[in-house]
Design a protein around this ligand. Structure first.
Ligand code: LIP
Length: 300
C-alpha cells in the first residue's frame, strides 16, 4: 500500500496538534447534532427508502468543513453528504491542489443516521485525517482519528504511533485497549446491514452461517462506534460488508492504535467490500469465518 509510507507524514508534534483539532471539531459537531435534534429532523432519502439523510447530517458537515478549512486550507475534504445548499464542499480526495498537503479529511457528520432519527443512543461524528486516496482500497490509511459518541459525550481518538484514548466528559484521557479474547466461540462480535433490501437478505444468510461459531452478535448501527467498541474490548470483533470510507476512517486508527487488526476479506485491504476488525487473539479465526461467507453477500 503506497500510502503506508511515512513520506509526507506530518511530524509527531504536528500529528498531536491535528489530533486535538479532530477531537475539538468532532466534539463540537456532536454537541450541535444532539442539541438541535428535536428541532431539525427533516428527512430525505438517498439510495433507497430506508437510506435517509436528515438536515442535521448536512448542517453538521457544513460546520465541520468550515472549521477544518479555516484551520487547514491546504488539506482536501471528503464527507458523506453534500452541503445543505447542494454545493459539494469536497475537493477531490488524494488529488489535492498543487499547493495541497497531500492529506484528506474524511468525515461522517452523523454515523448511525437511522439511530439519530429514532433517538436510539448509538450515533457518532467521525473526523479522520488520511494519507492517500480514500476512494481507492489499499491506497490510503488514517493517521489521525476522532469518533465523538454524541449521546455519551465521549470522544475516542488516536494518532499514528500515539496510542488510543477516550476523552471523557470531564476532559480526562483514558487509555483504550482491545480484549485478550483467544476463542472465537466465546467472542462477542458486531456486524451491520445495508440499505438495499436484497443485500440485507444476503447479509442475513451470511450471518446465519457465522452465528453458530461465536458467543453472540451485536448490531449497534454505527460502524464508527462498533470499531471503537472493539478497540475498547466492549466487542471482541466486528465485520461488515458495504460500509464507506467515512464510516470506517476514524474508528480504524483508534482500533489499530488500541492493538487491534483492521483488514478486508480474503487478504484484501479494508474497503466497502468488507471490513473485519478484531482483537489479535481471534483475528485469524474471525477472518477465516468471514472469508467463508463473504461470497454469499457479494453475489446475488
Ligand atoms: C451506517 C453504518 C452502519 C451500517 C448502516 C449505515 P450511516 O452509516 O455506520 O454500520 O450498518 O447501514 O451504513 O449511513 O448511518 O452513515
Amino acid at each position: 500500500m503506497t500510502a503506508a509510507t511515512d513520506r509526507g507524514l506530518p511530524s509527531a508534534e504536528e500529528l498531536r496538534a491535528l489530533e486535538e483539532l479532530a477531537i475539538d471539531v468532532a466534539a463540537e459537531a456532536a454537541r450541535f447534532v444532539v442539541e438541535r435534534r428535536a428541532a431539525e429532523l427533516q428527512v430525505t432519502t438517498k439510495s433507497s427508502d430506508v437510506d435517509i439523510v436528515t438536515v442535521m447530517d448536512s448542517r453538521s458537515q457544513e460546520l465541520i468543513a468550515a472549521r477544518l478549512r479555516a484551520a487547514r486550507p491546504r488539506d482536501a475534504f471528503f464527507g458523506e453528504e453534500e452541503a445543505a445548499d447542494g454545493r459539494t464542499d469536497q475537493a477531490p480526495p488524494g488529488t489535492t491542489e498543487p499547493a495541497g498537503s497531500g492529506l484528506t479529511w474524511v468525515v461522517d457528520p452523523i454515523d448511525g443516521t437511522v439511530n439519530y432519527l429514532y433517538g436510539f443512543p448509538q450515533y457518532a461524528v467521525s473526523v479522520a485525517l488520511v494519507q492517500g486516496d480514500p476512494t481507492v482500497p489499499g491506497e490510503w490509511r488514517p493517521v489521525v482519528g476522532a469518533v465523538a459518541d454524541a449521546v455519551a459525550g465521549r470522544v475516542h481518538h488516536a494518532r499514528l504511533r500515539g496510542g488510543a484514548w477516550t476523552r471523557t466528559v470531564d476532559g480526562a484521557d483514558e487509555p483504550v485497549h482491545v480484549s485478550d479474547a483467544t476463542d472465537l466461540a466465546t467472542s462477542l462480535v458486531g456486524t451491520g446491514f445495508g440499505y438495499d433490501a436484497a443485500k440485507r437478505g444476503r447479509q442475513a444468510r451470511a450471518l446465519a452461517e457465522l452465528i453458530p461459531h461465536v458467543r453472540d452478535i451485536r448490531r449497534g448501527g454505527s460502524a464508527a462506534l462498533d470499531l471503537c467498541h472493539v478497540a475498547a474490548g466492549r466487542l471482541d470483533g466486528y465485520y461488515e460488508m458495504g460500509i464507506n470510507p467515512w464510516d470506517m476512517a476514524g474508528g480504524w486508527i483508534v482500533l489499530t492504535e488500541a492493538g487491534g487488526t483492521c483488514t478486508g476479506a480474503q487478504g484484501e485491504p479494508p474497503s466497502s467490500d468488507c471490513v473485519i476488525a478484531a482483537a489479535p487473539g481471534i483475528a485469524e479465526a474471525l477472518t477465516r469465518a468471514v472469508d467463508s461467507v463473504v461470497d454469499l453477500v457479494r453475489h446475488p
